[in-house]
Write a protein that binds this ligand. Structure first.
Ligand SMILES: [Zn+2]
Length: 230
């Protein structure tokens, strides 16, 4: 569950990202009543096994719910909660189609599990949040071009990044780009090659460039603006 919105006297509208149907919306009737049979399970971050009734409108109706994982440690840790909420928000904005996207679904589940893992106390750091973002862009079909100049294909002298071009650009195509350090470039390449738990390390300056590169790519090509990653 990505987000919940109070509705009417006791209902809640749920924004969900599902394995089988992608982005869907559902209504949970009576969920805010003290003795609701749904209990406190229809909350953001919860991974749920839902039984949904498909009516005539856009919204499904929740008729049954089993908790797969409530991520209790994530929800009791401020930094994890903050980056987790931003990750859910990024999925909400970027993956708005009602069609399955298993890589995106699995990526979000892995990130929430990592943030909940007591053996991973560093999971809420910015490097992991940005690795998640680079991988999410790939899963959504908007990975930046990192191997060669996004304008002319030149493989050397890559010194800038252009969101409009959708990737790194060479010295002769750098108009409208911003400077991208080797460290920021490498961070994105390695993020795509490694599991989320092994996010590469980088200096704050490089991380700011990575966030800008992914952000501008998504603005130009997916027409979405993400909140800051951490
Ligand atoms: Zn070029």
């Amino acid at each position: 569950m990505l987000r919940g919105i109070r509705y009417g006297e006791a209902d809640r509208i749920l924004h969900l990202y599902s394995r089988q149907r992608g982005r869907i919306g559902a209504i949970a009737k009576g969920v805010r009543k003290p003795r609701s049979r749904f209990g406190g399970r229809l909350e953001p971050f919860f991974r749920l096994d839902l039984v949904l009734h498909e009516g005539r409108g856009d919204l499904f109706t929740v008729t049954g719910v089993t908790t797969v994982d409530g991520y209790p440690r994530l929800r009791s840790c401020g930094p994890a909660l903050s980056v987790g909420a931003r990750a859910c928000d990024a999925v909400l904005r970027l993956l708005d189609a009602a069609e399955p996207n298993p890589p995106a679904y699995n990526l979000l589940c892995r990130y929430l599990a990592l943030l909940d893992d007591p053996a991973e106390p560093e999971a809420a750091r910015l490097e992991v949040a940005l690795s998640f973002r680079v991988k999410l862009a790939l899963a959504a079909g908007f990975a930046p071009e990192l191997a060669s100049c996004a304008r002319c294909g030149e493989a050397e002298h890559l010194a800038g990044f252009s969101g409009a071009a959708g990737g790194v650009v060479c010295a002769s195509c750098e108009a409208g780009s911003f400077p991208l350090s080797e460290e920021a470039h490498r961070f994105m390449v390695e993020s795509l090659a490694r599991p989320l738990a092994e996010a590469p390390a980088a200096e704050p300056r490089a991380l700011r460039q990575v966030e800008r590169a992914v952000g501008e790519t998504l603005e130009h090509h997916a027409h979405v603006q993400l909140r800051s990653a951490a």
